[in-house]
Write a protein that binds this ligand. Structure first.
Ligand code: AMP
Length: 285
């Protein structure tokens, strides 16, 4: 595995790959890799000739007072895990390599960025869309792998790539979970033992609500209320939102129509971290 720190060197390697007929897979991450990240790498290895994972803790997507400085980092461990997962290239640019001057350009994706995570973190998705646009411009034509774990982010990135005609196929990959249902996340290291024991409540709330939809519940408000009540039963968890949206548009739904593809999403603060999770459900005919 090649470790590359500069944009020009990465471009050279990926251009050369395509020049000899190879395909490129891109897996953007902020590092502190876990099995969720590695599942994206695994999928890219199956589908592409040369797989590049990127590790960059992107300051643009953190607001003042968020955990930019404290965000967990362990490059040596990440390097070993990425190599074992079959990565060919690890791109680990410095902040000055990515942003040699203060950024004057910002990519925003209207409407999809407005509610849920966008309401809780108003500048977050512009930071994400901007760095992903930059990574797409650096990588060139490729398949790029993102987790459904961050479902709204996946929608924002898909729309950004399509609106701006990037020659990139955005591939969404299923959420990887711990045995008790907790979605894997680099920020789970912030949980104390007691909080960790409570954390699967998000997934429990989602699966119970999805089961209710499958059993015939058709009211968005009732599904929201059910998820809210499940999370509220855990005193330590401070629910931020429980939403029922159209999986394609992310528009909140009042009525769940037969055949509709719906996404249930929750976010809650549990001690230090905010935990996010979501599941999909198709409303039965
Ligand atoms: P991050 O390093 O948190 O920015 O995540 C990098 C990529 O990994 C994003 O596309 C995430 O959605 C994805 N990801 C994070 N956690 C998981 C997970 N548990 N399962 C699948 N993908 C994940």
């Amino acid at each position: 595995m090649q470790v590359i720190q500069t944009i020009s060197e990465l471009r050279g390697v990926l251009d050369a790959t395509r020049a000899r007929g190879g395909t490129v897979g891109l897996v953007p991450t902020m590092g502190y890799l876990h099995d969720g990240h590695l599942s994206l790498v695994g999928r890219a290895v199956e589908e592409c000739d040369v797989v590049t994972a990127t590790i960059f803790v992107n300051p643009l997507q953190f607001a003042a007072g968020e955990d930019l400085d404290a965000y967990p980092r362990d490059l040596e461990r990440d390097r070993a895990l990425a190599e074992r997962a079959g990565c060919d290239v690890l791109f680990t640019p410095s902040q000055t390599e990515m942003y040699p001057e203060p950024m004057r350009t910002e990519v925003t994706v209207a409407s999809l960025s407005a509610h849920m995570e966008g309401a809780a973190r108003p500048t977050h998705f512009a930071g994400v869309a901007t760095v992903v646009a930059k990574l797409f411009a650096i990588a060139g034509p490729c398949r790029a792998y993102f987790g459904e774990k961050d479902f709204q982010q996946l929608a924002v990135v898909r729309r950004m790539a399509s609106d701006l005609s990037f020659p990139v196929a955005v591939v969404g990959c299923p959420t990887v979970r711990e045995a008790d249902g907790l979605a894997m996340s680099s920020r789970n290291v912030y949980l104390t033992d007691d909080e960790r024991a409570v954390a699967p409540v998000l997934h429990r709330a989602l699966t119970a609500a999805a089961a209710a939809v499958e059993a015939g519940e058709r009211s968005g408000a009732a599904v929201r209320a059910q998820m809210t009540a499940t999370v509220a039963a855990e005193q330590r968890a401070d629910l931020d939102y429980a939403e029922v949206v159209d999986a394609a548009t992310l528009e909140p739904l009042d009525e769940l129509r037969p055949g509709a593809t719906v996404r249930l999403l929750v976010a809650a603060r549990l001690g230090r971290p905010r935990l996010l999770d979501n599941v999909g459900v198709t409303v039965p005919e």
